[in-house]
Write a protein that binds this ligand. Structure first.
Ligand code: G1P
Length: 277
């Protein structure tokens, strides 16, 4: 069983300025719940109750969100408003939250490596909370990937097909078909141009990583945009046939972009708001 999940939450949300000027982008709500809580709930549902937050300056609100607010609890004790808190109380009760600060923004690979002391020598999940994944009819995307890990015991990336014009926003994979919806990856490229892309299978923000990734990242030079890229480190594992790309069941909203955020808000309002948790 994979028990830990890493959340890189140090990055700034420039695309959402001015909303993110003094508030972490991960705290932007989709209807009435912050993005990062959706990700944490997904991890907990997948059995990853130990949530390792790689946080940074200006991100204290995230740590506070996963803790009791005594003042608020006291204020609304005994009133009907307590119901509003039951979801997050449940998350806090079921999860364990650990934190480390990333001092400099040197890329996703660097963020993952910063989380090593919280993870140790065991396989772990990674959730990029900008990508909101929902699967109303079955297990969450991370739970689907955890089940696959039990079978294959190697790193797994979630992928979906995107249009040729969009490949330069993603890590892109290519390889051989292992079975329907599952590719044994031989090549991974971070944000290639449409001409250079090996396919249109784009990595979205859900990963299962084996712990040797930490040593590999340590030996991975900065890549695209001068940042240490997780994609480049995964390419080292992929060359040894140790990465699978999984076309998950469910929906994914790119909440790092305004249109994706609006779509997610509409979807959650239509399908979840007012429903019992
Ligand atoms: C990161 C990864 C990229 C991946 C994407 C998924 O990029 O570097 O490989 O496809 O997340 O959302 P970012 O969106 O942080 O630039």
């Amino acid at each position: 069983m994979i028990g830990k999940c890493l959340f890189p939450v140090a990055g700034s949300g420039t695309r959402f300025l001015p909303a993110t000027k003094s508030m972490p982008k991960e705290m932007l709500p989709i209807v009435n719940k912050p993005l990062v809580q959706y990700g944490v709930e997904e991890a907990i549902e997948a059995g990853m109750t130990n949530c390792a937050l790689v946080t940074g300056r200006g991100k204290r609100a995230i740590a506070d969100h996963f803790d009791i607010s005594y003042e608020l609890e006291h204020q609304i004790a005994g009133s009907s408003k307590e119901d509003y808190l039951s979801g997050i109380r449940d998350v806090i009760d079921r999860g364990v939250f650990t934190m480390v600060r990333q001092r400099a923004m040197l890329g996703l690979g660097h963020a993952i490596l910063t989380g090593e002391p919280l993870i140790g020598d065991q396989p772990f999940g990674v959730v990029l909370s900008d990508d909101l994944c929902l699967n109303p009819d079955g297990p969450s995307v991370l739970a689907q990937m955890a089940a696959l890990y039990e079978e294959y015991q190697c790193s797994i990336v979630a992928v979906q097909e995107v249009s040729k014009e969009e490949v330069d926003q993603y890590g892109v994979v290519a390889g051989t078909t292992e079975r329907d919806g599952l590719t044994r990856v031989s090549e991974m490229v971070e944000k290639p141009s449409p001409e250079a892309a090996p396919s249109n299978l784009a990595v979205i923000g859900r990963y299962i990583l084996t712990p040797d990734i930490f040593d590999i990242i340590r030996n991975t030079p900065p890549g695209k945009n001068g940042e240490v890229q997780l994609t480049d480190a995964l390419q080292t594992q992929a060359q040894e046939g140790r990465v699978l790309a999984y076309q998950f069941k469910g929906l994914r909203f790119d909440c790092g972009s305004v249109p994706g955020f609006v779509d997610a808000t509409q979807y959650v309002f239509d399908h979840y708001y007012g429903q019992p948790e």
